[in-house]
Design a protein around this ligand. Structure first.
Ligand code: SF4
Length: 213
């Protein structure tokens, strides 16, 4: 079993409630979506074929127990589930960042899923697979990337429709350089929902366009 791997690097986790923690990133190639504001287009095709054993040997050089499997869309590759199981067997704490369009039912229970449901501003909202709600655990985190006011209102309606803020951490994050942080902060302050705002920390530590950080 080989996976197409776009990059492996050691950095600071920039998103989710794990933000700020040192973390190894395994970024898999390919994505089934094409979000209008995508900041990871370099993942769509580029990568090298690696066995799961080669991936694990490579990440073991870092003195870090936290690993995020991301993309692109990591679940687009069949071998992703086997990779997650192997990481689990090796004792890593695992985060999986996924775009909300593919089932997560086969993801090992110990893996914390960060599910990035797509708002209309992405152009991909019709791809959301809402049945995922029945496949998540209380430790999973749900993210909405907000481009504008209509995205915000749409995301609030989805949170209410599926009771998301009663069961899970819900994060609203602005589209980088499209929606002003202050504006989203005001909307989150005014919201009656149990949602939290987050910005992409790594884009403030390093240059926003730098990859591999
Ligand atoms: S899901 Fe992620 S990688 Fe895929 S197009 Fe959207 S932002 Fe880009």
């Amino acid at each position: 079993m080989k996976l197409k791997v776009n990059e492996i690097f050691y950095s600071i986790q920039g998103e989710s409630t794990y933000a700020g923690l040192p973390c190894i990133f395994i970024r898999l190639t390919y994505c089934n979506l094409r979000c209008s504001w995508c900041d990871s287009e370099y993942t769509f095709n580029n990568g090298i074929d690696m066995s799961i054993n080669e991936i694990i040997q490579e990440i073991k050089i870092y003195n870090c127990n936290l690993v995020e499997v991301t993309g692109g869309e990591p679940l687009f590759q069949e071998g992703c589930i086997e990779l997650l199981s192997s990481l689990e067997n090796e004792g890593f704490k695992i985060l999986l960042e996924t775009g909300g369009s593919l089932s997560v039912k086969d993801v090992p229970l110990s893996v914390i899923k960060v599910i990035d449901f797509k708002c209309p501003g992405s152009g991909m909202d019709k791809k959301n697979l809402w049945s995922i709600i029945n496949e998540i655990n209380p430790t999973d985190e749900l993210k909405f990337v907000i481009k504008n006011r209509s995205d915000f209102e749409w995301a609030e309606l989805k949170v209410v429709e599926y009771n998301l803020d009663k069961t899970n951490i819900v994060i609203f994050s602005p589209v980088f350089s499209e929606l002003k942080y202050e504006q989203l902060a005001e909307w989150v302050k005014e919201s009656k929902l149990n949602i939290r705002m987050q910005i992409q920390m790594h884009k403030h530590i390093w240059s926003p366009n730098l990859i591999g950080v």
